[in-house]
Design a protein around this ligand. Sequence first.
Ligand code: SF4
Length: 457
Amino acid sequence: MNGLPSESQQVPGQRRVMIVTYGCQMNVFDSHRMAQVLLRDGYVETMEPAEADVIIFNTCSVRDKPEKKVLGSLSRLLPLKEIKPVLFGVAGCVAQQHGQALLDKVPYLDFVVGPDNIAQLPQIVADARHGSRTARADWMDRHNYDFIPLDPAVEPGPTAFLTIIKGCDNFCSYCVVPYVRGREVSKPLELTLREVGMLVDAGVSEVTLLGQNVNSWGRGLPGEPTFPDLLEAVSAVPGLKRLRFVTSHPADASDRLLGLFGHLPNLAEYLHLPLQAGSDDVLARMRRKYDSAQYLDRIRTVRRACPDIALSTDIIVGFPGETRQDFERTLAVVREVDYDLMYSFKYSPRPGTRAAGWVDDVPEAEKAARLAELQSMQDEITRRRMQRFLGRTEEVLVEGPSKSSRKGAAFEIMGRTRTNYIVNFCVDGATIPAPGELVQVRIDKILAHCLKGVPVG
Ligand code: SF4
């Protein structure tokens, strides 16, 4: 995150906050909101623990062991407290899950703030500075939910995330999100359009609409608009070059939604559609509300609308009761879909979820072996799918210099295709494209994790 005033703008005595973000893009967005409210309160951001007056860990408990991780990080920073009065705070899922109990357990923690309490952060920090340790992790009333208004000053750069729905009502049996992020609340259409317009005016070229399940956006809003309604409206915001969204639930991916790919000119051809498992028995125990045939039907529908779309997914291996046969069904569906990218994980129980009460009966070594087998299959698929770009000219949205940006007299630029592949290409010093610019690049090399090419036209 780098949205707050830079070092050069800092004045002596100004307070500095460091926000460490774990987990998904939703958390990145929440960290921006925290930065935003503290910016208004006179803070500047730092990434140096030694400079910070406040250090906040924005945690995620969807996939790892977050409490252990955050407490480990905090204890490593503990010596700082002997040098200066730095405040430690925990936000996000762990804050919501443990609240006051976390404050009681960790004496050197100064405050705990849940995802619905970010607006109160300046007061919570001020109280902590005066010695009053606070845990605030209350849910906001979903019928009177107050989204923190976006401040484009903290959304710099060519791309931006924008949360359009928070929480989730699905209660998949393995997932902690409904418990730590609360029930679904959709951001009103007018507010979303205003914020996208603000981002574009601030120089953002690509907006990614975010939510645990963006497809159910609109439920509970007056007139019950649908996510395709929102996409069409956002797509029409003048000056918006690219539009993406994540994450979709297959059961809510309607024909109308999938038909917008290849139809809305600035909707990028990339869809993340979590499968989780290929076995219908496992899907039923996961409470995913679709079976493999229905999932594959969604894939065929989107590919009919947009044959070149890039698809990615999430898979959990070793869910309670998953047999070798179940796992082979996952391999079969993955092979059939031919994903561009996969995020895959070994199952581990999340406290409070329905599946946490079941026997975690797939041995750890078996989970690891299944994961390795799946990943090696996907690596091969990805390598093959990347070959389709060779010799093609792709529209690349420039994000900035590449990691190895200086190459002799030339600069190497990094950007992304509409299908979300990273592309590096060289330009001479006189023609460096600005972040956010669209450049046509002919792809002439396929590397392990990115494409390389030369700008044309
Ligand atoms: S749809 Fe299921 S997996 Fe996704 S956030 Fe909601 S409960 Fe969790």
